[in-house]
Design a protein around this ligand. Structure first.
Ligand code: F6P
Length: 323
Protein backbone atom coordinates (compact mmCIF):
# COMPACT_ATOMS: atom_id res chain seq x y z
CA UNK A 1 0.00 0.00 0.00
CA UNK A 2 1.75 3.14 -1.25
CA UNK A 3 -0.95 5.77 -1.48
CA UNK A 4 -3.90 6.30 0.86
CA UNK A 5 -6.70 8.85 1.17
CA UNK A 6 -8.30 10.32 4.28
CA UNK A 7 -11.68 12.03 4.69
CA UNK A 8 -13.99 13.31 7.43
CA UNK A 9 -17.72 12.75 7.06
CA UNK A 10 -20.98 13.41 8.93
CA UNK A 11 -21.22 15.88 11.81
CA UNK A 12 -17.78 17.31 12.65
CA UNK A 13 -16.24 16.56 16.04
CA UNK A 14 -13.36 18.14 18.00
CA UNK A 15 -10.31 15.94 17.47
CA UNK A 16 -10.98 15.19 13.80
CA UNK A 17 -8.00 17.41 12.89
CA UNK A 18 -5.80 15.55 15.35
CA UNK A 19 -6.84 12.29 13.66
CA UNK A 20 -6.11 13.69 10.16
CA UNK A 21 -2.68 14.81 11.36
CA UNK A 22 -1.92 11.37 12.81
CA UNK A 23 -2.99 9.63 9.58
CA UNK A 24 -0.86 11.93 7.43
CA UNK A 25 2.23 11.72 9.62
CA UNK A 26 1.99 7.95 10.06
CA UNK A 27 1.62 7.54 6.31
CA UNK A 28 4.65 9.73 5.61
CA UNK A 29 6.60 7.89 8.34
CA UNK A 30 5.98 4.69 6.36
CA UNK A 31 6.95 6.33 3.02
CA UNK A 32 3.38 6.49 1.78
CA UNK A 33 1.70 9.24 -0.21
CA UNK A 34 -1.34 10.80 1.50
CA UNK A 35 -4.29 12.41 -0.22
CA UNK A 36 -6.89 14.54 1.57
CA UNK A 37 -10.47 14.23 0.30
CA UNK A 38 -12.62 17.35 0.83
CA UNK A 39 -16.30 17.40 1.94
CA UNK A 40 -16.44 13.72 2.96
CA UNK A 41 -17.93 11.27 0.49
CA UNK A 42 -19.00 14.15 -1.77
CA UNK A 43 -15.32 14.82 -2.39
CA UNK A 44 -14.80 11.18 -3.38
CA UNK A 45 -17.62 11.45 -5.91
CA UNK A 46 -16.38 14.83 -7.24
CA UNK A 47 -12.68 13.86 -7.18
CA UNK A 48 -11.94 16.74 -4.80
CA UNK A 49 -8.48 15.49 -3.76
CA UNK A 50 -5.33 17.25 -2.56
CA UNK A 51 -1.94 15.80 -1.67
CA UNK A 52 -1.12 16.31 2.01
CA UNK A 53 2.43 16.63 3.30
CA UNK A 54 3.83 16.58 6.83
CA UNK A 55 3.58 20.37 7.05
CA UNK A 56 0.03 20.46 5.60
CA UNK A 57 -1.10 19.25 9.01
CA UNK A 58 1.11 21.48 11.16
CA UNK A 59 -0.65 23.28 14.04
CA UNK A 60 -4.00 21.59 13.58
CA UNK A 61 -3.68 19.18 16.52
CA UNK A 62 -5.47 21.54 18.88
CA UNK A 63 -7.99 23.03 16.44
CA UNK A 64 -11.68 22.13 16.41
CA UNK A 65 -13.59 21.36 13.21
CA UNK A 66 -11.93 19.62 10.27
CA UNK A 67 -9.50 21.10 7.73
CA UNK A 68 -10.92 18.62 5.19
CA UNK A 69 -14.50 19.92 5.72
CA UNK A 70 -17.34 17.51 6.28
CA UNK A 71 -20.72 16.74 4.77
CA UNK A 72 -23.63 14.32 4.91
CA UNK A 73 -23.60 13.09 1.32
CA UNK A 74 -26.92 11.93 -0.17
CA UNK A 75 -25.28 10.79 -3.44
CA UNK A 76 -23.21 8.21 -1.56
CA UNK A 77 -26.47 6.51 -0.48
CA UNK A 78 -26.90 5.57 -4.16
CA UNK A 79 -24.95 2.75 -5.84
CA UNK A 80 -24.20 5.12 -8.75
CA UNK A 81 -22.47 7.60 -6.40
CA UNK A 82 -20.39 4.88 -4.75
CA UNK A 83 -19.36 3.59 -8.21
CA UNK A 84 -18.20 7.08 -9.23
CA UNK A 85 -16.23 7.38 -5.97
CA UNK A 86 -14.51 4.05 -6.64
CA UNK A 87 -13.56 5.06 -10.19
CA UNK A 88 -12.02 8.30 -8.88
CA UNK A 89 -10.00 6.50 -6.22
CA UNK A 90 -8.67 3.95 -8.69
CA UNK A 91 -7.86 6.61 -11.31
CA UNK A 92 -5.91 8.57 -8.69
CA UNK A 93 -3.87 5.44 -7.91
CA UNK A 94 -5.13 5.33 -4.32
CA UNK A 95 -4.82 1.94 -2.56
CA UNK A 96 -6.77 2.50 0.65
CA UNK A 97 -9.03 4.93 2.51
CA UNK A 98 -9.32 6.14 6.11
CA UNK A 99 -12.86 7.41 6.81
CA UNK A 100 -13.37 9.42 10.00
CA UNK A 101 -16.99 9.78 11.07
CA UNK A 102 -19.96 8.19 12.78
CA UNK A 103 -22.87 5.88 12.08
CA UNK A 104 -23.77 7.22 8.63
CA UNK A 105 -20.11 7.21 7.56
CA UNK A 106 -19.62 3.54 8.39
CA UNK A 107 -22.97 2.48 6.96
CA UNK A 108 -21.80 4.04 3.67
CA UNK A 109 -18.33 2.52 4.00
CA UNK A 110 -19.83 -0.92 4.60
CA UNK A 111 -21.83 -0.79 1.35
CA UNK A 112 -18.87 0.68 -0.53
CA UNK A 113 -16.53 -2.07 0.71
CA UNK A 114 -18.99 -4.84 -0.18
CA UNK A 115 -19.58 -3.51 -3.69
CA UNK A 116 -16.00 -2.62 -4.63
CA UNK A 117 -13.67 -4.55 -2.32
CA UNK A 118 -11.74 -1.29 -1.86
CA UNK A 119 -9.85 -1.28 1.48
CA UNK A 120 -11.42 1.09 4.01
CA UNK A 121 -10.58 1.54 7.70
CA UNK A 122 -12.74 3.81 9.88
CA UNK A 123 -12.10 6.03 12.88
CA UNK A 124 -14.93 6.91 15.29
CA UNK A 125 -15.37 10.68 15.00
CA UNK A 126 -18.62 11.89 16.55
CA UNK A 127 -19.61 13.76 19.69
CA UNK A 128 -22.50 11.32 20.21
CA UNK A 129 -20.37 8.35 21.41
CA UNK A 130 -22.95 6.04 19.85
CA UNK A 131 -20.64 3.49 18.21
CA UNK A 132 -19.73 0.05 19.44
CA UNK A 133 -16.06 -0.81 19.24
CA UNK A 134 -14.64 2.15 21.15
CA UNK A 135 -15.20 3.13 24.77
CA UNK A 136 -15.17 6.74 23.65
CA UNK A 137 -15.47 8.33 20.24
CA UNK A 138 -13.26 11.22 19.13
CA UNK A 139 -15.01 14.44 20.18
CA UNK A 140 -17.20 13.05 22.94
CA UNK A 141 -14.93 14.10 25.82
CA UNK A 142 -14.59 17.65 24.48
CA UNK A 143 -18.34 17.92 23.93
CA UNK A 144 -19.22 16.85 27.47
CA UNK A 145 -16.70 19.31 28.88
CA UNK A 146 -18.25 22.05 26.74
CA UNK A 147 -21.67 21.10 28.08
CA UNK A 148 -20.59 21.16 31.72
CA UNK A 149 -18.92 24.52 31.34
CA UNK A 150 -22.16 25.92 29.86
CA UNK A 151 -24.38 24.29 32.48
CA UNK A 152 -22.16 25.55 35.32
CA UNK A 153 -22.82 29.08 34.04
CA UNK A 154 -26.54 28.41 33.76
CA UNK A 155 -26.46 27.11 37.33
CA UNK A 156 -25.17 30.50 38.56
CA UNK A 157 -28.12 32.40 37.15
CA UNK A 158 -30.62 29.63 37.96
CA UNK A 159 -29.56 29.81 41.58
CA UNK A 160 -29.70 33.60 41.78
CA UNK A 161 -33.32 33.57 40.60
CA UNK A 162 -34.50 30.28 42.17
CA UNK A 163 -35.39 28.99 38.72
CA UNK A 164 -35.90 25.63 37.08
CA UNK A 165 -33.88 25.24 33.86
CA UNK A 166 -34.38 22.69 31.09
CA UNK A 167 -31.13 22.31 29.14
CA UNK A 168 -31.24 20.35 25.90
CA UNK A 169 -28.05 18.61 24.75
CA UNK A 170 -27.13 16.79 21.53
CA UNK A 171 -26.69 13.08 20.99
CA UNK A 172 -29.22 12.35 18.24
CA UNK A 173 -31.05 9.33 19.72
CA UNK A 174 -28.40 8.34 22.24
CA UNK A 175 -28.13 9.67 25.77
CA UNK A 176 -24.38 9.54 26.47
CA UNK A 177 -23.84 13.31 26.47
CA UNK A 178 -26.97 13.84 28.59
CA UNK A 179 -26.13 11.24 31.22
CA UNK A 180 -22.45 12.14 31.70
CA UNK A 181 -23.14 15.88 31.82
CA UNK A 182 -26.13 15.33 34.10
CA UNK A 183 -23.93 13.56 36.65
CA UNK A 184 -21.13 16.10 36.26
CA UNK A 185 -23.39 19.12 36.82
CA UNK A 186 -25.60 17.69 39.56
CA UNK A 187 -28.74 17.80 37.42
CA UNK A 188 -31.94 17.03 39.29
CA UNK A 189 -32.97 14.73 36.41
CA UNK A 190 -31.73 13.45 33.08
CA UNK A 191 -34.39 12.88 30.47
CA UNK A 192 -33.29 10.31 27.87
CA UNK A 193 -34.82 7.12 26.53
CA UNK A 194 -32.44 5.06 28.72
CA UNK A 195 -33.44 6.81 31.95
CA UNK A 196 -37.07 5.77 31.39
CA UNK A 197 -38.38 8.81 33.27
CA UNK A 198 -41.95 9.94 32.56
CA UNK A 199 -43.26 13.49 33.03
CA UNK A 200 -45.03 12.31 36.21
CA UNK A 201 -41.75 10.87 37.53
CA UNK A 202 -40.04 14.18 36.79
CA UNK A 203 -42.72 16.19 38.57
CA UNK A 204 -42.38 13.88 41.60
CA UNK A 205 -38.58 14.41 41.62
CA UNK A 206 -39.05 18.19 41.43
CA UNK A 207 -41.56 18.11 44.30
CA UNK A 208 -39.16 16.07 46.45
CA UNK A 209 -36.42 18.62 45.74
CA UNK A 210 -38.73 21.45 46.73
CA UNK A 211 -39.56 19.73 50.01
CA UNK A 212 -35.87 19.35 50.81
CA UNK A 213 -35.26 23.08 50.16
CA UNK A 214 -33.72 22.88 46.68
CA UNK A 215 -33.69 26.44 45.40
CA UNK A 216 -32.73 25.89 41.77
CA UNK A 217 -32.77 22.87 39.52
CA UNK A 218 -31.34 21.81 36.19
CA UNK A 219 -33.01 19.15 34.08
CA UNK A 220 -30.81 17.81 31.27
CA UNK A 221 -32.84 16.74 28.25
CA UNK A 222 -31.19 14.60 25.59
CA UNK A 223 -32.36 15.34 22.06
CA UNK A 224 -34.31 12.36 20.79
CA UNK A 225 -35.86 11.86 24.22
CA UNK A 226 -39.24 10.08 23.69
CA UNK A 227 -41.08 12.73 25.78
CA UNK A 228 -39.90 15.49 23.44
CA UNK A 229 -37.25 18.20 23.56
CA UNK A 230 -36.65 20.75 26.31
CA UNK A 231 -39.49 23.07 25.17
CA UNK A 232 -42.01 20.23 25.07
CA UNK A 233 -40.98 18.82 28.45
CA UNK A 234 -41.06 22.25 30.10
CA UNK A 235 -44.56 22.77 28.69
CA UNK A 236 -45.78 19.40 29.94
CA UNK A 237 -44.33 19.99 33.41
CA UNK A 238 -46.06 23.39 33.52
CA UNK A 239 -49.39 21.70 32.68
CA UNK A 240 -49.00 19.55 35.80
CA UNK A 241 -47.59 22.12 38.20
CA UNK A 242 -47.19 25.88 38.09
CA UNK A 243 -44.87 25.97 41.10
CA UNK A 244 -41.72 26.82 39.15
CA UNK A 245 -40.36 29.71 37.21
CA UNK A 246 -38.87 27.90 34.24
CA UNK A 247 -36.34 28.78 31.54
CA UNK A 248 -35.09 26.76 28.60
CA UNK A 249 -31.66 26.59 26.93
CA UNK A 250 -30.90 24.51 23.85
CA UNK A 251 -27.10 24.24 23.66
CA UNK A 252 -27.07 23.17 20.01
CA UNK A 253 -24.00 23.28 17.80
CA UNK A 254 -21.69 24.97 20.28
CA UNK A 255 -21.26 21.39 21.54
CA UNK A 256 -19.55 20.47 18.27
CA UNK A 257 -16.94 23.25 18.29
CA UNK A 258 -13.90 24.23 20.31
CA UNK A 259 -10.38 22.99 20.86
CA UNK A 260 -10.26 19.25 21.54
CA UNK A 261 -9.49 18.15 25.10
CA UNK A 262 -6.27 16.36 25.98
CA UNK A 263 -8.21 13.08 26.04
CA UNK A 264 -9.55 13.59 22.50
CA UNK A 265 -6.16 14.70 21.10
CA UNK A 266 -4.49 11.58 22.48
CA UNK A 267 -7.34 9.28 21.42
CA UNK A 268 -7.36 10.73 17.88
CA UNK A 269 -3.57 10.45 17.65
CA UNK A 270 -3.55 6.82 18.77
CA UNK A 271 -6.38 5.90 16.42
CA UNK A 272 -4.90 7.76 13.44
CA UNK A 273 -1.72 5.72 13.77
CA UNK A 274 -3.75 2.53 14.25
CA UNK A 275 -5.84 3.13 11.12
CA UNK A 276 -2.82 3.47 8.84
CA UNK A 277 -1.14 0.46 10.40
CA UNK A 278 -4.37 -1.57 10.00
CA UNK A 279 -4.51 -0.71 6.27
CA UNK A 280 -0.84 -1.65 5.87
CA UNK A 281 -1.53 -5.01 7.55
CA UNK A 282 -4.32 -5.72 5.05
CA UNK A 283 -7.36 -5.01 7.25
CA UNK A 284 -10.50 -3.57 5.70
CA UNK A 285 -14.13 -2.82 6.60
CA UNK A 286 -13.17 -2.29 10.23
CA UNK A 287 -13.21 0.62 12.64
CA UNK A 288 -10.22 1.19 14.93
CA UNK A 289 -11.24 1.99 18.50
CA UNK A 290 -9.91 1.89 22.04
CA UNK A 291 -11.46 -0.63 24.43
CA UNK A 292 -10.06 -0.90 27.98
CA UNK A 293 -7.09 1.19 26.83
CA UNK A 294 -6.20 -1.25 24.02
CA UNK A 295 -6.53 -0.64 20.29
CA UNK A 296 -9.22 -2.93 18.86
CA UNK A 297 -10.57 -3.38 15.33
CA UNK A 298 -14.34 -3.88 15.04
CA UNK A 299 -16.20 -4.67 11.80
CA UNK A 300 -18.25 -1.77 10.42
CA UNK A 301 -21.30 -3.99 10.75
CA UNK A 302 -20.76 -4.45 14.50
CA UNK A 303 -19.75 -0.81 15.02
CA UNK A 304 -23.03 0.54 13.63
CA UNK A 305 -25.31 -2.45 14.23
CA UNK A 306 -25.23 -2.87 17.98
CA UNK A 307 -25.45 0.45 19.67
CA UNK A 308 -23.35 0.76 22.83
CA UNK A 309 -25.60 0.75 25.84
CA UNK A 310 -25.59 3.30 28.61
CA UNK A 311 -23.63 2.33 31.72
CA UNK A 312 -26.26 1.04 34.21
CA UNK A 313 -24.19 2.12 37.18
CA UNK A 314 -24.12 5.71 35.91
CA UNK A 315 -27.91 5.62 35.49
CA UNK A 316 -28.20 4.42 39.09
CA UNK A 317 -25.84 6.99 40.58
CA UNK A 318 -27.47 9.82 38.61
CA UNK A 319 -30.73 8.93 40.38
CA UNK A 320 -29.17 8.55 43.83
CA UNK A 321 -27.19 11.77 43.75
CA UNK A 322 -29.91 14.03 42.40
CA UNK A 323 -32.05 13.99 45.58
O1 F6P B 1 -24.06 13.34 15.11
C1 F6P B 1 -23.65 14.53 15.69
C2 F6P B 1 -24.81 15.49 15.82
O2 F6P B 1 -24.33 16.70 16.37
C3 F6P B 1 -25.99 14.97 16.62
O3 F6P B 1 -25.78 15.04 18.01
C4 F6P B 1 -27.09 15.86 16.13
O4 F6P B 1 -28.35 15.22 16.26
C5 F6P B 1 -26.75 16.05 14.67
O5 F6P B 1 -25.36 15.78 14.55
C6 F6P B 1 -27.03 17.40 14.11
O6 F6P B 1 -26.71 17.38 12.76
P1 F6P B 1 -26.59 18.68 11.83
O7 F6P B 1 -25.34 19.40 12.19
O8 F6P B 1 -26.53 18.11 10.45
O9 F6P B 1 -27.80 19.50 12.10
Amino acid sequence: MKKIAVLTSGGDAPGMNAAIRAVVRTGVFHDMEIVGVFQGYQGLIDGDFKRLHVRSVAKILGRGGTILKSARCMDFYEAEGRKRAHVNLVEAGIDGLVAIGGNGTFTGALKFGRETGFPVVGLPGTIDNDLSGSDSTIGFDTAINTVISAVDKIRDTADSHNRLFFVEVMGRDSGFIALKSGIATGAVAVMTADMGMSIDDLVAVLKAGEQSNKTSSIVIVGEGNPNGGAYEIAKRVKEKTDNYETRITVLGHLQRGGNPSCFDRVLASRLGVAAVEALRQGHSDVMAGVINDQIELTSFEAAVGVKSTINDDEVRIARILSI
